[in-house]
Write a protein that binds this ligand. Structure first.
Ligand code: GYE
Length: 306
């Protein structure tokens, strides 16, 4: 049969909701800020919040969703760690009559769709984030030849796929630039540092690092400094997120730019959920607008950073 909007589980209007938030990992400030945002929103949005932490395992995240379904949640907020492994969890929640909102990451659009399998995706345009990082570089790089190392996020995750696509397509339109290596650092500081260490040995002429998030960028800066390089002077660092450490690195002159990707999803989740409960049709992609942080404005934003 043709799937239709009517197939989505409805959300009753109630005084209190039992809300599930299935976090994927808590090994970086972005994830911690996001979980805190959901916890901080719980009281004002009348949620009894069940928050789990899959500790970096998509398999555990599937099991966590299972357990929330068994606990009878009314609604699920899910940041799927990777695009494919969480699809069965999304479908299981729907089969159990639980409306699901994907937050901050999405799933493989060929296997699960907003308005059919889940209500909507709440999050940034990752392709555009990558493009904006590339555009900053095109405008601000003053050498003749840009030799780029790319540190990719978690393999198979929507932000890693899309931040790569947006950046690579855009930067390769400018023939000053070449991407000599592109490898996953799993969105983690320590792995970013290790991968940078290895890639620096293979490509000593690198003079640009594009990291898919700030944690890996900070890890890369550590590796570069240990090897005697001078981030911000002999190598340009571009990144995404807007963490406190990244804004500080910009203020210190070590990082050039970070394109914002906000972790503060709690208030938006509350608003969209209430609209859905009121019977409104929700747009398939509730898009978050991102700012951009450079030497011009980093100091103005560091106090609100995480
Ligand atoms: O950029 C990264 C985090 O999914 C948008 O995941 C999110 C990304 C964010 O671990 O730092």
């Amino acid at each position: 049969a043709m799937p239709s909007l009517a197939d989505l589980p409805k959300l009753e209007q109630k005084d209190r909701y039992k809300v599930g938030f299935s976090q994927m990992e808590s090994n970086n400030p972005w994830r911690i800020a996001e979980t805190k945002s959901f916890k901080d929103t719980a009281e004002s949005c009348n949620w009894d919040l069940i928050a789990t932490d899959a500790a970096g395992s998509a398999a555990k995240q599937v099991a966590d969703v299972d357990s929330m379904i068994a606990q009878g949640i009314d609604v699920l907020f899910l940041p799927p760690r990777e695009e494919k492994p969480l699809i069965p969890a999304v479908k299981k929640a729907k089969a159990a009559g639980i409306p699901t909102f994907l937050v901050d990451r999405s799933v493989d659009p060929n296997s699960a769709k907003p308005g059919e399998d889940f209500v909507a995706f709440l999050g940034s345009d990752f392709v555009k984030q990558g493009q904006r990082a590339a555009e900053w570089l095109i405008e601000n790089f003053d050498g003749d030849k840009g030799v780029i190392v790319e540190l990719e996020g978690t393999t198979g995750s929507s932000p890693a796929n899309d931040r790569k696509k947006g950046f690579d397509d855009r930067i390769l339109q400018d023939d000053r630039f070449e991407i000599v290596a592109s490898q996953s650092g799993d969105f983690a500081r320590d792995l970013g540092r290790q991968v940078m260490e290895t890639l620096l040995q293979a490509h000593p002429d690198v003079n640009v690092v594009y990291a898919h998030n700030d944690e890996m960028a900070i890890g890369a800066i550590q590796a570069l400094e240990l090897a005697g390089r001078k981030p911000g002077e002999d190598i340009t660092i571009v990144s995404i997120d807007g963490t406190r450490d990244a804004l500080q690195a910009i203020i210190d002159g070590k990082m050039g730019v970070t394109v914002e990707s906000s972790p503060f999803f709690g208030p938006l989740a509350c608003e969209v959920m209430n609209r859905y409960a009121a019977g409104e049709e929700i747009e398939p992609w509730v898009q978050v607008e991102d700012r951009i942080f450079t030497a011009e404005n980093a100091a103005d934003h560091i106090d609100e950073a995480y």
